[in-house]
Design a protein around this ligand. Structure first.
Ligand SMILES: Nc1ncnc2c1ncn2[C@@H]1O[C@H](COP(=O)(O)OP(=O)(O)OP(=O)(O)O)[C@@H](O)[C@H]1O
Length: 449
């Protein structure tokens, strides 16, 4: 059976017998694989560090880094890559030990063509299955567990864990995070997981209404309380009685409304506008802000006593650019959402499209990503979302050159070189300035170059 992998499989051959390595290379090239070769364990390690692979076929007995070492290194750096070991007479026991440590198979030298081809093909098939399984599981974990909150990154999970922890109490929660990070969704999640899930969830955006209207919206009014108050109206606090009131953009509250809110929090009661009789309510309050409320405290715009009442538990939702691992999951989620909604047949996001999404800095966070995928679904003509379906702000985005990403598994030596190189690029080749930034002497920088 031919391999079921869609991509061209990329395999690394490692053997210190050069003639043997060449024979193997020809054999696998003929099969249509992409083949990389290494004549030593050290050379192989350098490749494993930088190249995503599907399978490694390595001799067991080599110099300083042997096949067994490589097996462990592969399983550490690229755990999904399958390893097939080649053993000479007398090393079969080591090969069996290798299987225990995660090698897919071993073949004995002298190598028979049919045997090794079969072993590598099967190894590749398993690799593809494992990778696919993992992708599906990650997607399911993101989708099924919380129907509308998608994300797998540790930063996102930590915020979600906190939500689960506090949901069942009646504690006041302050959600902070940039615009579009999903604060409202988090508030709904707190509500859905709480004991109050059968009572109402009422959301008010404090920034959307002018002060006078906000006050009457929140607390309600009696007939005749002001011109136009032709009949009594209950406010959102009363509407949310027994349930949860979500106040979005809490940083926008006027001093007057802050005082009234503080009183509800302290005493569980308030008066409708135009009334002297207090109304009692039992409401759980969840608030959200994209502003830094501590700054607002310092600037005197927000009451300290109210801040401490609201901020009993603070859940910070990280901006999307700090959890880029979530971008592919969210993109897939929105693709399937808008594909269904618009009745479109689009099976995938192209590699280039995903790369572009992974490079962008997402100032508008998840909301921006959602809008972009919705637009792409509507614009798409060929059944696959490509670069041409993305707006210019994404395709022409130049990433910040002041940061570099270094994969784990890079040697300190290489890290040093990389940082020096990038710092010199940043200073336009000015070595003195680079030395200052790196906090080393100019002499050292010349020496290292
Ligand atoms: N983790 C997520 N999974 C799925 N959808 C998300 C997620 N986070 C945000 N969204 C979606 O992104 C959009 C913006 O989310 P939301 O309105 O909750 O953000 P917000 O932080 O309250 O924004 P603002 O501060 O501007 O009010 C919504 O359509 C929401 O459904």
């Amino acid at each position: 059976m031919k391999s079921t992998i869609a991509e061209t499989p990329k395999i690394l051959l490692v053997d210190d017998e050069v003639a043997h390595l060449k024979t193997l290379e020809r054999l696998f090239l003929k099969e249509g694989y992409e083949v990389l070769t290494a004549e030593s364990g050290e050379e192989a390690l350098a490749i494993i560090r930088r190249e995503p692979l599907h399978l490694v076929l390595t001799d067991l007995k080599m110099g300083k880094i042997d096949g067994m070492d490589l097996l462990k290194l592969v399983k550490t750096l690229q755990p999904e890559v399958e390893v097939v070991l080649m053993t000479a007479f007398g090393t079969v026991e080591r090969a069996v030990e290798g299987m225990k440590r995660g090698a897919y198979d071993f073949v004995s030298k002298p190598i028979k063509r049919a045997t090794i081809l079969k072993s590598v093909r099967q190894g590749l098939e398993r690799q593809a299955l494992v990778a696919e399984n993992r992708a599906l599981k990650a997607r399911l974990a993101g989708l099924a567990d919380e129907p509308n909150l998608v994300g797998q990154s540790p930063a996102f999970r930590a915020a979600l864990d906190l939500v689960k922890q506090v949901a069942t109490s009646s504690t006041t929660v302050l959600l902070s995070g940039e615009s579009g990070t999903g604060k409202e969704l988090f508030a709904r999640m707190i509500y859905e997981l709480s004991d109050r899930a059968d009572a109402p969830f009422v959301a008010v955006n404090c920034a959307a209404l002018p002060e006078s209207i906000l006050e009457s919206e929140l607390f309600g009014y009696e007939k005749g309380a002001f011109t136009g108050a032709t009949q009594r109206k209950i406010g959102r606090f009363e509407a949310a009685d027994g349930g949860t009131l979500f106040l979005d953009e809490i940083g926008e509250l006027s001093p007057q409304v802050q005082v009234r809110l503080l009183r509800v929090l302290q005493e569980g009661e308030f008066e409708r506008l135009g009334s002297n009789t207090p109304t009692q309510v039992d409401v759980r309050i969840v608030t959200a802000t994209h502003k830094d409320l501590e700054d607002e405290l310092e600037a005197g715009n927000f009451r300290e006593d109210l801040y401490y009442r609201l901020n009993v538990v603070n859940i910070e939702i990280p901006p999307l650019r700090r959890r880029m691992e979530d971008v592919p999951l969210l993109a897939e989620y929105f693709l399937s959402k808008y594909r269904q909604k618009n009745n479109r047949k689009i099976d995938r996001l192209s590699r280039e499209c995903l790369d572009a999404l992974m490079t962008y800095h997402w100032p508008g966070n998840v909301r921006e990503l959602e809008n972009i995928i919705e637009r792409a679904v509507v614009l798409d003509k060929d059944g696959s979302i490509g670069l041409d379906d993305l707006p210019e702000q994404i395709t022409s985005y130049e990433p910040d050159t002041r940061h570099i990403t270094i994969p784990l598994g890079t040697t300190l030596d290489e890290i040093e070189k990389l940082v020096m190189h990038e710092t010199l690029k940043l200073t336009g080749g000015d070595k003195k300035l680079a030395a200052k930034l790196l906090d080393i002497s100019t002499r050292t920088i010349y020496r290292k170059i």
